[in-house]
Design a protein around this ligand. Structure first.
Ligand code: AHG
Ligand code: MN
Ligand code: MN
Length: 330
Protein backbone atom coordinates (compact mmCIF):
# COMPACT_ATOMS: atom_id res chain seq x y z
CA UNK A 1 0.00 0.00 0.00
CA UNK A 2 1.09 3.60 -0.48
CA UNK A 3 2.32 6.11 2.09
CA UNK A 4 1.53 9.73 1.32
CA UNK A 5 3.78 12.58 2.40
CA UNK A 6 1.35 13.73 5.11
CA UNK A 7 1.10 10.16 6.46
CA UNK A 8 4.90 9.92 6.48
CA UNK A 9 5.33 13.08 8.56
CA UNK A 10 2.67 11.85 11.00
CA UNK A 11 4.31 8.38 11.22
CA UNK A 12 7.75 9.93 11.78
CA UNK A 13 6.50 12.49 14.26
CA UNK A 14 7.86 10.59 17.25
CA UNK A 15 11.32 11.35 15.83
CA UNK A 16 10.87 15.12 16.13
CA UNK A 17 9.34 17.32 18.77
CA UNK A 18 5.54 17.29 18.68
CA UNK A 19 5.49 21.09 18.37
CA UNK A 20 7.64 20.94 15.22
CA UNK A 21 5.70 17.97 13.91
CA UNK A 22 2.35 19.73 14.07
CA UNK A 23 3.80 22.86 12.45
CA UNK A 24 5.66 20.86 9.80
CA UNK A 25 2.42 19.15 8.80
CA UNK A 26 0.86 22.58 8.19
CA UNK A 27 3.90 24.09 6.48
CA UNK A 28 4.55 21.08 4.27
CA UNK A 29 0.88 20.91 3.26
CA UNK A 30 1.33 24.51 2.08
CA UNK A 31 4.49 23.64 0.16
CA UNK A 32 3.05 20.49 -1.44
CA UNK A 33 -0.14 22.33 -2.46
CA UNK A 34 1.93 25.10 -4.06
CA UNK A 35 4.12 22.46 -5.75
CA UNK A 36 1.03 20.84 -7.32
CA UNK A 37 -0.16 24.26 -8.53
CA UNK A 38 3.28 25.04 -9.99
CA UNK A 39 3.58 21.60 -11.58
CA UNK A 40 0.18 22.01 -13.27
CA UNK A 41 1.18 25.43 -14.66
CA UNK A 42 4.58 24.21 -15.90
CA UNK A 43 2.95 21.28 -17.76
CA UNK A 44 0.79 23.69 -19.80
CA UNK A 45 3.01 26.82 -19.74
CA UNK A 46 3.40 27.11 -23.50
CA UNK A 47 -0.38 26.65 -23.95
CA UNK A 48 -1.31 29.29 -21.41
CA UNK A 49 1.12 32.09 -22.32
CA UNK A 50 3.16 31.52 -19.13
CA UNK A 51 6.51 31.14 -20.84
CA UNK A 52 8.98 33.96 -21.26
CA UNK A 53 9.86 37.00 -19.25
CA UNK A 54 7.47 38.88 -17.03
CA UNK A 55 9.30 42.14 -17.72
CA UNK A 56 10.21 42.74 -14.09
CA UNK A 57 13.48 42.19 -12.24
CA UNK A 58 13.99 40.65 -8.81
CA UNK A 59 16.06 41.94 -5.89
CA UNK A 60 19.22 40.73 -7.62
CA UNK A 61 18.48 42.66 -10.81
CA UNK A 62 17.74 39.38 -12.59
CA UNK A 63 14.90 39.39 -15.15
CA UNK A 64 11.90 37.41 -13.88
CA UNK A 65 10.14 34.74 -15.87
CA UNK A 66 6.34 34.66 -15.76
CA UNK A 67 6.55 31.28 -14.01
CA UNK A 68 8.94 32.74 -11.39
CA UNK A 69 6.15 35.16 -10.45
CA UNK A 70 3.44 32.50 -10.51
CA UNK A 71 5.49 30.08 -8.38
CA UNK A 72 6.33 32.84 -5.92
CA UNK A 73 2.68 33.91 -5.58
CA UNK A 74 1.58 30.28 -5.15
CA UNK A 75 4.05 29.66 -2.31
CA UNK A 76 3.25 32.94 -0.53
CA UNK A 77 -0.49 32.15 -0.78
CA UNK A 78 -0.26 28.50 0.31
CA UNK A 79 2.19 29.12 3.17
CA UNK A 80 0.08 32.08 4.29
CA UNK A 81 -2.98 29.83 4.80
CA UNK A 82 -1.72 28.58 8.16
CA UNK A 83 -0.63 30.34 11.32
CA UNK A 84 2.57 28.26 11.55
CA UNK A 85 4.56 30.55 9.25
CA UNK A 86 5.66 33.83 10.77
CA UNK A 87 7.84 35.08 7.92
CA UNK A 88 8.59 34.10 4.33
CA UNK A 89 11.87 34.93 2.59
CA UNK A 90 11.83 34.47 -1.18
CA UNK A 91 14.49 34.86 -3.83
CA UNK A 92 11.93 37.00 -5.69
CA UNK A 93 11.27 39.49 -2.86
CA UNK A 94 13.87 41.90 -1.56
CA UNK A 95 12.37 42.05 1.93
CA UNK A 96 11.03 39.27 4.19
CA UNK A 97 7.23 38.92 4.01
CA UNK A 98 5.24 38.70 7.25
CA UNK A 99 2.79 35.86 6.64
CA UNK A 100 -0.92 36.69 6.34
CA UNK A 101 -1.94 34.52 9.30
CA UNK A 102 1.12 35.25 11.49
CA UNK A 103 0.27 35.48 15.20
CA UNK A 104 2.38 35.59 18.36
CA UNK A 105 2.41 31.77 18.30
CA UNK A 106 3.84 31.64 14.75
CA UNK A 107 7.34 30.32 15.20
CA UNK A 108 8.70 29.41 11.75
CA UNK A 109 10.60 31.17 8.98
CA UNK A 110 10.49 29.65 5.49
CA UNK A 111 13.19 30.51 2.94
CA UNK A 112 12.52 29.52 -0.65
CA UNK A 113 13.62 29.72 -4.25
CA UNK A 114 10.22 29.41 -5.90
CA UNK A 115 11.52 28.42 -9.28
CA UNK A 116 15.12 27.30 -9.68
CA UNK A 117 16.59 27.01 -13.15
CA UNK A 118 14.29 29.64 -14.66
CA UNK A 119 16.44 29.97 -17.77
CA UNK A 120 15.45 26.41 -18.65
CA UNK A 121 11.67 26.84 -18.53
CA UNK A 122 11.17 27.84 -22.17
CA UNK A 123 13.20 24.89 -23.46
CA UNK A 124 11.28 22.29 -21.43
CA UNK A 125 14.21 21.33 -19.19
CA UNK A 126 13.79 20.39 -15.49
CA UNK A 127 13.22 23.21 -13.02
CA UNK A 128 12.67 23.07 -9.28
CA UNK A 129 11.52 24.68 -6.03
CA UNK A 130 13.84 24.76 -3.00
CA UNK A 131 12.70 25.35 0.61
CA UNK A 132 14.28 25.66 4.05
CA UNK A 133 12.44 25.87 7.38
CA UNK A 134 13.78 27.39 10.63
CA UNK A 135 12.16 27.77 14.04
CA UNK A 136 12.52 31.36 15.22
CA UNK A 137 12.03 32.98 18.61
CA UNK A 138 11.23 36.51 17.51
CA UNK A 139 7.91 38.32 17.70
CA UNK A 140 6.42 39.69 14.51
CA UNK A 141 7.47 43.19 15.59
CA UNK A 142 11.05 42.05 16.16
CA UNK A 143 11.08 40.34 12.77
CA UNK A 144 9.89 43.54 11.09
CA UNK A 145 12.79 45.28 12.81
CA UNK A 146 15.42 42.75 11.85
CA UNK A 147 15.08 39.01 11.19
CA UNK A 148 17.71 37.07 13.12
CA UNK A 149 19.51 34.63 10.80
CA UNK A 150 20.86 31.24 11.88
CA UNK A 151 23.39 28.85 10.31
CA UNK A 152 22.11 25.92 8.28
CA UNK A 153 22.67 23.44 11.12
CA UNK A 154 19.61 25.06 12.77
CA UNK A 155 17.21 24.08 9.97
CA UNK A 156 14.15 22.16 11.20
CA UNK A 157 13.44 20.77 7.70
CA UNK A 158 14.49 21.38 4.10
CA UNK A 159 14.10 19.98 0.64
CA UNK A 160 13.18 20.57 -2.94
CA UNK A 161 10.66 19.68 -5.64
CA UNK A 162 12.05 18.67 -9.04
CA UNK A 163 9.63 19.15 -11.94
CA UNK A 164 10.70 16.72 -14.64
CA UNK A 165 9.50 13.53 -16.36
CA UNK A 166 8.00 12.95 -12.91
CA UNK A 167 7.60 15.45 -10.08
CA UNK A 168 9.70 14.43 -7.09
CA UNK A 169 9.83 15.92 -3.58
CA UNK A 170 13.03 15.32 -1.58
CA UNK A 171 12.69 16.11 2.13
CA UNK A 172 14.54 15.85 5.41
CA UNK A 173 13.67 16.89 8.95
CA UNK A 174 17.00 15.61 10.28
CA UNK A 175 16.05 11.93 10.25
CA UNK A 176 17.24 10.85 6.83
CA UNK A 177 16.32 11.89 3.29
CA UNK A 178 13.05 10.64 1.84
CA UNK A 179 11.66 10.92 -1.71
CA UNK A 180 8.02 11.32 -2.69
CA UNK A 181 6.74 11.14 -6.27
CA UNK A 182 3.62 13.04 -7.27
CA UNK A 183 0.99 10.53 -8.39
CA UNK A 184 -1.24 12.60 -10.69
CA UNK A 185 -3.97 9.93 -10.61
CA UNK A 186 -4.60 10.65 -6.92
CA UNK A 187 -3.01 14.11 -6.64
CA UNK A 188 -0.72 13.09 -3.77
CA UNK A 189 3.02 12.89 -3.18
CA UNK A 190 3.64 9.18 -2.52
CA UNK A 191 6.70 7.73 -0.74
CA UNK A 192 9.14 6.47 -3.37
CA UNK A 193 12.43 6.31 -1.48
CA UNK A 194 13.42 6.20 2.22
CA UNK A 195 16.71 7.01 3.95
CA UNK A 196 18.58 7.74 0.75
CA UNK A 197 22.36 7.44 0.89
CA UNK A 198 24.55 9.32 -1.59
CA UNK A 199 27.18 7.02 -3.18
CA UNK A 200 30.57 7.70 -1.55
CA UNK A 201 32.09 8.03 -5.03
CA UNK A 202 30.28 8.72 -8.31
CA UNK A 203 31.14 9.08 -11.97
CA UNK A 204 29.99 12.61 -12.78
CA UNK A 205 31.31 16.06 -12.12
CA UNK A 206 28.99 19.01 -12.76
CA UNK A 207 29.95 22.65 -13.28
CA UNK A 208 29.65 25.35 -15.93
CA UNK A 209 32.99 24.77 -17.67
CA UNK A 210 32.47 27.87 -19.85
CA UNK A 211 33.69 29.78 -16.76
CA UNK A 212 36.71 27.54 -16.11
CA UNK A 213 39.26 30.27 -16.95
CA UNK A 214 37.73 32.36 -14.14
CA UNK A 215 37.80 29.64 -11.46
CA UNK A 216 40.46 29.86 -8.73
CA UNK A 217 43.44 27.73 -9.84
CA UNK A 218 42.82 24.84 -7.42
CA UNK A 219 39.34 24.29 -8.87
CA UNK A 220 40.87 23.84 -12.31
CA UNK A 221 43.58 21.50 -10.94
CA UNK A 222 40.89 19.47 -9.20
CA UNK A 223 38.76 19.11 -12.33
CA UNK A 224 41.84 18.14 -14.31
CA UNK A 225 42.56 15.46 -11.67
CA UNK A 226 39.03 14.07 -12.06
CA UNK A 227 39.38 13.99 -15.83
CA UNK A 228 42.62 12.01 -15.64
CA UNK A 229 41.41 9.43 -13.11
CA UNK A 230 42.49 5.89 -13.78
CA UNK A 231 40.64 4.12 -16.59
CA UNK A 232 37.45 2.61 -15.27
CA UNK A 233 37.39 5.31 -12.61
CA UNK A 234 37.22 8.29 -14.97
CA UNK A 235 34.51 10.91 -14.64
CA UNK A 236 32.05 12.17 -17.19
CA UNK A 237 30.55 15.66 -17.18
CA UNK A 238 26.89 16.50 -16.73
CA UNK A 239 25.49 20.04 -16.41
CA UNK A 240 21.76 20.78 -16.69
CA UNK A 241 22.00 24.40 -15.55
CA UNK A 242 19.19 23.87 -13.01
CA UNK A 243 20.75 23.44 -9.57
CA UNK A 244 17.93 21.17 -8.34
CA UNK A 245 18.34 18.81 -11.34
CA UNK A 246 22.15 18.74 -11.09
CA UNK A 247 21.95 18.13 -7.35
CA UNK A 248 19.25 15.43 -7.58
CA UNK A 249 21.42 13.46 -10.01
CA UNK A 250 24.37 13.88 -7.61
CA UNK A 251 22.23 12.70 -4.67
CA UNK A 252 21.20 9.52 -6.52
CA UNK A 253 24.34 8.78 -8.56
CA UNK A 254 27.06 10.42 -6.50
CA UNK A 255 29.83 12.63 -7.91
CA UNK A 256 30.16 16.36 -7.37
CA UNK A 257 28.50 19.66 -8.27
CA UNK A 258 30.49 22.87 -8.16
CA UNK A 259 29.57 26.52 -8.57
CA UNK A 260 32.93 28.24 -7.94
CA UNK A 261 33.65 31.96 -7.60
CA UNK A 262 33.70 33.63 -11.04
CA UNK A 263 34.47 37.12 -12.34
CA UNK A 264 30.75 37.86 -12.54
CA UNK A 265 30.13 36.35 -9.09
CA UNK A 266 33.32 36.55 -6.93
CA UNK A 267 31.24 35.41 -3.90
CA UNK A 268 29.64 32.63 -5.94
CA UNK A 269 26.30 32.86 -7.78
CA UNK A 270 24.14 30.61 -5.62
CA UNK A 271 22.29 31.97 -2.60
CA UNK A 272 23.18 30.56 0.79
CA UNK A 273 19.84 30.51 2.59
CA UNK A 274 17.49 29.18 -0.08
CA UNK A 275 19.74 27.27 -2.46
CA UNK A 276 23.02 26.04 -0.88
CA UNK A 277 21.91 25.51 2.71
CA UNK A 278 18.78 23.37 2.15
CA UNK A 279 20.66 21.18 -0.35
CA UNK A 280 23.58 20.93 2.09
CA UNK A 281 21.18 19.66 4.78
CA UNK A 282 19.88 17.01 2.34
CA UNK A 283 23.42 16.11 1.22
CA UNK A 284 24.74 15.64 4.78
CA UNK A 285 21.65 13.68 5.83
CA UNK A 286 22.38 11.38 2.86
CA UNK A 287 26.00 10.90 3.96
CA UNK A 288 27.51 13.45 1.56
CA UNK A 289 29.26 16.79 2.11
CA UNK A 290 28.68 20.44 1.20
CA UNK A 291 31.25 23.22 1.53
CA UNK A 292 31.77 26.76 0.28
CA UNK A 293 35.21 25.74 -0.97
CA UNK A 294 36.69 25.84 2.53
CA UNK A 295 34.11 25.27 5.29
CA UNK A 296 30.84 23.43 5.79
CA UNK A 297 27.90 25.28 4.26
CA UNK A 298 25.78 24.41 7.31
CA UNK A 299 28.16 26.19 9.68
CA UNK A 300 28.24 29.53 7.86
CA UNK A 301 26.63 32.30 9.96
CA UNK A 302 24.49 34.23 7.45
CA UNK A 303 24.73 38.04 7.47
CA UNK A 304 22.02 38.86 4.91
CA UNK A 305 19.02 36.97 3.53
CA UNK A 306 20.18 37.08 -0.10
CA UNK A 307 23.89 36.49 0.42
CA UNK A 308 25.66 34.32 -2.13
CA UNK A 309 28.19 31.54 -1.64
CA UNK A 310 30.41 29.28 -3.70
CA UNK A 311 29.16 25.69 -3.51
CA UNK A 312 30.97 22.35 -3.72
CA UNK A 313 28.52 19.54 -2.89
CA UNK A 314 28.58 15.78 -3.42
CA UNK A 315 30.01 12.48 -2.23
CA UNK A 316 32.60 12.39 0.56
CA UNK A 317 35.24 10.93 -1.77
CA UNK A 318 34.97 13.84 -4.21
CA UNK A 319 34.62 16.64 -1.65
CA UNK A 320 37.52 15.33 0.47
CA UNK A 321 39.73 15.15 -2.64
CA UNK A 322 38.69 18.74 -3.44
CA UNK A 323 39.76 19.82 0.06
CA UNK A 324 43.18 18.22 -0.53
CA UNK A 325 43.56 20.37 -3.63
CA UNK A 326 42.27 23.44 -1.81
CA UNK A 327 44.91 22.97 0.93
CA UNK A 328 47.85 22.76 -1.46
CA UNK A 329 49.95 25.93 -1.95
CA UNK A 330 48.94 27.86 -5.06
P1 AHG B 1 17.50 30.58 -10.47
O1 AHG B 1 16.81 30.14 -11.72
O2 AHG B 1 16.69 30.34 -9.22
O3 AHG B 1 18.01 32.01 -10.56
O4 AHG B 1 18.78 29.65 -10.27
C1 AHG B 1 19.64 29.49 -11.36
C2 AHG B 1 20.94 28.96 -10.84
C3 AHG B 1 20.94 27.46 -10.61
O5 AHG B 1 19.72 26.84 -10.83
C4 AHG B 1 21.96 26.92 -11.58
O6 AHG B 1 22.80 25.98 -10.97
C5 AHG B 1 22.76 28.15 -11.96
O7 AHG B 1 21.92 29.27 -11.81
C6 AHG B 1 23.22 28.09 -13.38
O8 AHG B 1 24.04 29.24 -13.55
P2 AHG B 1 24.88 29.40 -14.91
O9 AHG B 1 23.87 29.57 -16.01
O10 AHG B 1 25.74 30.62 -14.66
O11 AHG B 1 25.71 28.14 -15.06
MN1 MN C 1 17.87 29.05 -8.02
MN1 MN D 1 14.78 31.04 -8.78
Amino acid sequence: MITTFQQHISLKQQEITSEDSAALLKLMSGITLAAKMIEAKIRRASLSGLVGEDGGVNSHGESQQKLDIYANDALIHCLGMHDAAAVLISEENNEPIISDKATETSKYAIFFDPLDGSSNIDVNVNVGTIFSIYRIDQSVEEIVGRLTLHPGICQVAAGYVLYGPSTVLAYTSGNGVHLFTLDPTIGSFVLSGENLKMPNRGRYYSCNEANIDEFPAHYEAYLSRLRTSDPGESYSSRYVGSLVADFHRTLLRGGIFLYPPTTAHPEGKLRLLYEASPLAFIAEQAGGMAINGEQSILRIQPTSVHQRTPLVIGGCSEVELFLVHASQPA
